[in-house]
Design a protein around this ligand. Structure first.
Ligand code: NAD
Length: 286
């Protein structure tokens, strides 16, 4: 029987979320996505106008279908948490049911259950500031959008995930090694995400037989990465220093996600899996 996946954090065809959706679709899964509310209109209209058609092509020649796009803002768990200025913001007012709890309820109403949950989102308003210059609010916002958002998603989706299901997120090596420029508490947020992956693997594994893993991905020129400002340097650094001297494609991360979500990975949980051309294994630049 075909599996159903919910992928949070798809708003264009340049990021890891899109590539994961494609790899899961190519493996036969039905695709649902959660798109950040302020990015929803442009994503849906671009999709309708055919802007993504070229990148929707699957290995068998067919186009990836997205069964449903849900508006989502993963920094809010339920309607009570939404402040007045967001509620009345015109980019939010046109959508409804976009808090994590409500999205999970809508998916349950529409489809009953899912098998695969993917968290491919991050946000750190002060990412360009060094940690020493990061404000308390900036730090907490990075953790809220990039780390707690995963706990919240898993918490609300686990009850509608079929036993044997799999969940995964995306992390970055700045959690464990110094990457100057990845600031604003984003390195801290990824460290939390990786630690939480282990604890959540235990809890969701014992309670619901669900596996929880995270992919530590190498650099990709996504919209989010361009906003950090050093992505081209990171890509160059990797192609000079990594064991495999090729540019990392989003498809390679997508394929790993499809493997981790499949029964081929049935004994893998609580793991950080590197998909980075081996750069993490280097001790010095060469
Ligand atoms: P991306 O821009 O494609 O994805 C980030 C998504 O997060 C966007 O669609 C954005 O709209 C969404 N988002 C931001 N705040 C949100 C919120 N509050 N609620 C819901 N959605 C929200 O960029 P990407 O680089 O593919 O990022 C996906 C994941 O991959 C992130 O966790 C990122 O940290 C991770 N990652 C990226 C790289 C890289 O080099 N690009 C490397 C390692 C890990």
């Amino acid at each position: 029987k075909g599996k159903r996946a919910f992928i949070a954090g798809v708003a264009d065809d340049n990021g890891y979320g899109w590539a994961i959706a494609k790899a899961l679709a190519a493996a036969g899964a039905e695709i649902l996505v959660g798109t950040w509310v302020p990015a929803l209109n442009i994503f849906e209209s671009s999709f309708r106008r055919g802007k993504f058609d070229e990148s929707r092509v699957l290995p068998d020649g067919s186009l990836m279908e997205i069964t449903k796009v849900y508006p989502l803002d993963a920094v809010f768990d339920s309607p009570e948490d939404v402040p007045e200025d967001i509620k009345t913001n015109k980019r939010y007012a046109g959508s409804s049911n976009w808090t994590v709890k409500e999205v999970a309820e809508c998916v349950k109403q529409d489809f009953g259950s899912i098998d695969i949950l993917v968290h491919s989102l991050a946000n750190g308003p002060e990412v360009t500031k060094p940690l020493l210059e990061t404000s308390r609010n900036g730090y907490l916002a990075a953790l809220s959008a990039s780390s707690y958002s995963y706990i919240s998603l898993l918490k609300h989706f686990v009850p509608i995930m079929n036993p044997g299901g799999a969940s995964l997120s995306l992390t970055y090596i700045a959690s464990e090694r110094i990457i100057p420029g990845y600031g604003g508490g984003m390195s801290s947020a990824k460290a939390a995400l990786e630690s939480d992956t282990r604890v959540l693997a235990f809890e969701a594994g014992r309670k619901h037989k669900i596996r929880v893993n995270t992919i530590s991905a190498g650099p990709l020129r996504s919209r989010a990465a361009k906003a950090i400002g050093f992505i081209d340097m990171m890509i160059d650094y990797s192609s000079v220093n990594a064991p495999l001297q090729k540019e990392l494609s989003a498809e390679e991360v997508g394929n790993t996600a499809a493997f981790l979500a499949s029964p081929l990975a049935s004994a893998i949980t609580g793991a950080v899996i590197y998909v980075d051309n081996g750069l993490n294994a280097m001790g010095v630049g060469v």
